[in-house]
Design a protein around this ligand. Structure first.
Ligand SMILES: *Cc1c(COP(=O)(O)O)cnc(C)c1O
Length: 392
């Protein structure tokens, strides 16, 4: 890992690989099998079958280990497959703590394991540190954290929770979903977490053309358990997708920097319009200081409340530049109404309990010209307000 002498923006571009033909770009090993020199050699060869290992996937994993600055990286075929690999290593009855304000897919998978595999799952408000200190105990086997959450943009104190958990139970595995921040803006392993995973479908790949997930750890024992499940089930990232992710990753810094800059400008624009904006880049965010004590940037996802669900729906109807779709992290800007889209599967009573604002609009900001993005939102807001006004 000689690359560690370079800064992250350089490490992101510099892909280490060896090729006998001196190709500048790592080739794709689009092969499921690798030939043996002899029957005896098979057991010592690095590659025999792509479910177990593939040179293109290895190049990607080594590259990500250099970017993250960690010992072990595994890439799988979705962000959710990361959590599946982690939960598959637990046993029935194991105590797991997770947040209430979690990514919808994580919530669904955790509750599936609770129902079908008797996981002792308990979900709490992870932003409440004193509550977390009450519920974490010596039997807590695993804690799943996410910060900032999405779309409510809540921040949790990663260091405080992680160090407390390890003090109470040194064997407690603290897992962090870093999809919103990426290794460019946040390093969960350096904050004390045991496993960092994220959906590479979002910022890491950045073009919404592949699904992928990344698992990172410095612990040899956890790496071994992670690899066991990937090898046993075949969730390792396919060679072609590995190759595309190597390509997508190279522009991570410039994409995310522009997206973040655009997002900050949109946050200010919306706040000046009088909307309640949730974005960690704004000093008005109640956890602004906490966020910047553990991250280097605010990312490029914000949400805002309009005060009226009909007004929110009309704004979404009238924008032209922002596509109405789920997900984030692509170069183009997206808009959504979480209550009716990403959070539609969550029980209405649960959403009410969590005080989920019905009128909440989420923006995932791309790299377009900020003047066009603001002009587009501005005309949509004006039109939507006029229609609401004419109905009153
Ligand atoms: C999208 C997302 C995931 C799941 O990733 P997929 O690649 O869609 O499976 C997990 N966590 C967060 C925070 C996400 O945004």
């Amino acid at each position: 890992m000689g690359n560690q002498n370079y800064n992250i923006n350089t490490r992101i571009v510099k892909v280490g690989h060896e090729d006998s033909n001196k190709a500048s770009i790592p080739p794709i090993y689009q092969s499921t099998t690798f030939k043996a020199d002899s029957i005896d050699a098979l057991s010592t060869q690095e590659y025999d079958y792509t479910r177990s290992g593939n040179p293109t996937r290895t190049t990607l994993q080594n590259h990500l280990a250099s970017i993250i600055g960690c010992k072990h990286v595994y890439t799988v075929n979705s962000g959710m497959a990361c959590l599946d690999v982690i939960l598959s290593n637990l046993s029935p009855g194991n105590e797991v703590i997770a947040g209430t304000d979690l990514y919808g897919g994580s919530d669904r998978l955790l509750n599936f394991f609770k129902k079908r595999h008797d996981l002792n799952l308990n979900q709490y408000d992870t932003t409440n540190l004193s509550l977390m200190k009450k519920v974490i105990n010596k039997n807590t086997k695993l804690i799943l954290l996410e910060s900032p959450t999405n779309p409510l943009i809540n921040v949790i104190d990663v260091k405080a929770i992680t160090s407390y958990a390890h003090k109470v139970n040194p064997d407690c595995i603290v897992v962090f979903d870093n999809t919103m921040m990426t290794p460019l803006l946040m390093n969960p392993l350096e904050l004390g977490c045991d496993i960092h995973y994220e959906s590479a479908t979002k910022y890491l790949n950045g073009h919404h053309d592949i699904m992928a997930g990344v698992l990172a750890t410095n612990r040899d024992d956890l790496a071994k358990n992670i690899f066991f499940v990937i090898n046993a089930t075949g969730s390792g990232l396919a060679p072609f997708d590995s190759w595309l992710l190597i390509r997508g990753l190279k522009t991570l810094s410039i994409r995310l920097e522009r997206e973040q800059e655009n997002c900050m400008k949109l946050a200010n624009y919306l706040q000046n319009k009088g909307f309640k904006v949730r974005y960690t880049g704004l000093k008005s965010h109640p956890q602004y200081k906490l966020h910047f004590s553990q991250a280097r940037g605010a990312g490029a996802v914000l949400s805002f409340e309009t005060g009226n669900i009909k007004l929110s729906e009309l704004i979404i109807k009238h924008v032209n530049l922002f596509s109405t779709t789920v997900s984030f992290g692509s170069v183009s800007s997206l808009i959504s109404l979480p209550l009716k889209m990403s959070h539609a599967s969550i029980d209405k009573n649960v959403l009410a309990e969590r005080q989920f604002p019905q009128d909440l609009i989420r923006l995932c900001v791309g790299i377009e010209d900020i003047k066009d993005l603001i002009a587009d939102l501005d005309q949509a807001i004006t039109l939507a307000k006029r229609q609401i006004g004419s109905k009153l």
